[in-house]
Design a protein around this ligand. Sequence first.
Ligand SMILES: *Cc1c(COP(=O)(O)O)cnc(C)c1O
Length: 374
Amino acid sequence: MNVSFYGHVRQYESIKDEIDSNMREVLMSGKYVLGPMLSRFEAEAAKYFGTKHAIGLGNGTDAIWLALMALNIGPGDEVITHPNTFFATAEAIWIAGAKCVFVDCDPKTRNINPDKIERAINKRTKAIIPVHLYGQCADMPRIKAIADKHKLAVIEDNAQGIDGRGDTFKQGELSDAMATSFIIQKNLGCFGDGGMLVTNRDDINEKVRKLRNHGSAQRDHHSFGFNSRLDDIQAAVLSAKLKHITAWTDRRRALAARYTAGLRKPKHFTLPYEVPGYRHVYHLYILETKLAEDRDGFVKFLNDHGVDAKTHYSIPIHKQDGYPWGKKARIVGSVRNAEKNAASVVSLPMFPELTEQEVDYVVEQCLAWDRAHA
Ligand SMILES: *Cc1c(COP(=O)(O)O)cnc(C)c1O
């Protein structure tokens, strides 16, 4: 059996009529950029997230750095995050011109460890960017308390966590702004690139709306800006898909439970940790080999047996080449857990259209590898 990592076409086929009809509506309207479909999707998204504003943007990376720019965070400023995330989290900080300050992740949740944040704060610190990594919310109440105490902004990187929540909090509730990505492989994916910033702050909304459109809120009037708009065809796809996100998340959670039940008590790898009371949306279902040296062999074994397993992410950002670290980034304390994470993670296929038979086959292969290492 072959089990692929993504189910893009299966998803399209499952709601083809809704997507096609929305797309046809845009095509026949002749309004493809900043048109009525974008406004409609922005209104639907704001309602869904429970935020005052939702701004459609070109991609998720832009959403993060445009938020930083709207908060006047740039050269000379520092922004705290953790290094075991997708590269774009740090990249957005660099695009804004600020310095990226890495602290370690929590070994169980792999999200930023709130205990490590305060010692990284100095007079140049302006913001914290927690990532809801793999689909589980970061500890927002503690992060927000630290930010308030030191008068820092918080921008949630929610590219991986859409439709999740904490035990006592919602996404987007305890931050100044929340960025998300709609690139196809994310839990809510369009047919190309897309992103969004949601916020309850009128000032951020106003600035980002201008920044995404050449600094223009009114025809022929411009201030400094860029071009980063979610186009109406993508908004049409997303408007159709947003109606299904809760059911898709429930399905991901059911498949994750099936993986966890099937993989029970492996000797050579560990299963994902779910914070009690949180809604983990399983953007990724991540195993961790107990020994780092086992990881590549495990992935190869799965690949050789038809399972498209991957790694997210095998090189932590501070180990990537090509950046002048002294000026652009610094590490505070040990980032041992982030490094261990990078060395030992294995991502199994996880998407709502995955079948039970496929999950059971992947489980079988994982257990076969585990036994072979006994
Ligand atoms: C995907 C992703 C981004 C960037 O989103 P793009 O739309 O690809 O720019 C940022 N942060 C995280 C954690 C991501 O997974």
